[in-house]
Design a protein around this ligand. Structure first.
Ligand SMILES: [Fe+2]
Ligand SMILES: [Fe+2]
Length: 474
């Protein structure tokens, strides 16, 4: 069970380690300062119907109730320890899992934790203005739930930094509160986390595409031979599932509403669709292209000696590592990556160890494709002849083998000029953003009401009705 009587709720027996407890209690006010400055705008007095974990068991999410977000019980929750757990891959395969940081891997492990930790507050910063344009109280509550959980994910990483990395860890924990998404002088570490999330379509796309990158990174880290990292990531994954649910159903509800309007009025021209105050499918496709491509970059270079080191060191595994049937060492195996060679995209086999970023990206793409197929069903069911497609993985990339090349969504290699000429057909233009924002000029917060551009969800939160008062504004 989680101990909520302490200042910092935890299931790691924090009270037994006074030095650590004091260090974290010192970080806590700085965190609260960050939340007041960078958490959801104007929300501090709202009472929000949030879930709080009461234990790390799968049914530990039982507790729902009204909470003012600054009073949310952020804390440190790790999956229970399995005494028999081993390092399951790489050069140390078969050794008992590490309970302390192996000295030789200290700096790379710290880097991995900081990079993961940095994404958590970043997305809260990216989303902080969206409350002012929410399409319903239900959606407002959901974004707040996502935000407080991203805050808790930051706590999860900061605990590891404080507990296992001494002074450098404490300094890194402070820097996590100092960087700002999109800041020119002190930006967040990864590109996608410095992009603005200007509207709710972008928010749902972000939680579908980019939070799912979070899931795959956490899955790879949950395999880590460094057991405290594995255990903390396992619990974070239960929270991440909700974020992806918000994204997938959010986009799906927008598509559903658009299709309803198209069908009812027998429209197919996007400008006619827009005139009725819903988002045309072409614009949804452009947002999809954008969020998919910037998220693919988060996996890093197709061929990477860092990725090989992380694996061989036993620090970061593959997706579902222990379910894979191979030697888990990969000294002989190969894996295909793509390259652009004289205007053609060619596959080339490279040592599998160096292609682990690409492999994780491919696992991600597979899951994304299933989600997009579910969106497509909503369009097909309405009998509308429109296909949502995932662009080629080389489209609009800035990292890896495709960087510097101009690939169309269909996977043709183009000249820069030819690509730029068609860019406005593929990616959202300033006019597209302005249109989407014009639909979201104010918030819809009457219980049970939904903005015109989105369908209501199939059901409410925790079996509550759709017209439940999910947020009390006071
Ligand atoms: Fe997260
Ligand atoms: Fe998330």
């Amino acid at each position: 069970m989680i101990n909520y009587t302490e200042k910092i709720p935890n299931n790691v027996d924090l009270g037994r380690d006074r030095v650590l407890q004091r260090a974290l209690e010192h970080w806590q006010p700085a965190y609260m300062g960050w939340w007041y400055d960078m958490g959801p705008d104007e929300s501090h007095n709202y009472e929000v119907y949030l879930r709080t974990a009461i234990s790390v068991e799968p049914d530990g999410w039982a507790q729902f109730g009204y909470v003012k977000m600054p009073d949310y019980r952020w804390g440190i929750f790790l999956q229970p320890r399995d005494e028999k757990r081993e390092v399951n891959f790489g050069a140390h395969k078969g050794q008992p899992a590490w309970q302390e940081v192996p000295g030789e891997y200290r700096s790379i492990l710290r880097r991995i934790i900081v990079t993961q930790g940095d994404t958590e507050p970043a997305s809260v910063e990216q989303q902080r203005m969206l409350g002012a344009s929410c399409p319903s109280m239900y959606d407002l509550r959901n974004i707040f739930q996502v935000n407080v959980e991203e805050g808790r994910h930051l706590w999860a990483m900061v605990y590891l930094l404080h507990r296992y990395f001494g002074r450098d860890g404490r300094e890194e924990a402070e820097s996590l509160l100092a960087r700002r998404s999109g800041d020119t002088d002190n930006p967040r570490i990864l590109g996608a986390f410095n992009e603005p999330t200007p509207d709710w379509l972008a928010f749902y796309m972000f939680t579908f595409f980019t939070d799912r990158d979070g899931k795959f990174q956490l899955c790879a880290l949950a395999e880590s031979g460094f057991d405290p990292l594995s255990r903390t990531c396992r619990f974070m994954l239960t929270e991440e599932a909700h974020h992806m649910f918000v994204g997938e159903t959010g986009v799906s509800r927008i598509i559903q509403r658009t299709c309803e309007v198209m069908k009812e009025h027998k429209l197919d021209d996007p400008s006619d669709v827009r005139a009725l105050g819903v988002i045309d499918l072409q614009t949804i496709q452009k947002y999809l292209n954008f969020h998919y491509s910037v998220t693919l970059d988060l996996y890093g270079s197709d061929v990477s000696s860092n990725a090989a080191n992380y694996f061989t060191s036993g620090l970061k595994g593959r997706f579902r590592e222990t379910k894979l049937e191979d030697d888990h060492v990969l000294s002989e195996a190969e894996y295909p990556v793509f390259e652009v060679v004289s205007g053609k995209i060619l596959a080339k086999n490279v040592p599998a160890l160096t292609a682990l970023n690409e492999r994780l990206r491919d696992d991600y793409i597979e899951e994304i494709a299933d989600g997009v197929a579910r969106w497509q069903r909503a369009i097909d069911n309405a009998g509308i002849p429109f296909r949502l497609t995932l662009p080629h993985k080389g489209f609009h990339r800035e990292i890896g083998n495709f960087a510097g090349h101009f690939i169309s969504p269909e996977g043709e290699v183009l000249s820069e000029e030819a690509w730029k000429k068609r860019e406005s057909q593929w990616l959202p233009t300033p006019e597209d953003h302005a249109f989407v924002q014009s639909l979201m000029s104010g918030r819809v917060v009457e219980p049970g009401k939904f903005a015109n551009w989105i369908a209501p969800p199939a059901r409410g939160v925790n079996n509550q009705p759709l017209n439940f008062e999910y947020v009390r504004f006071n």
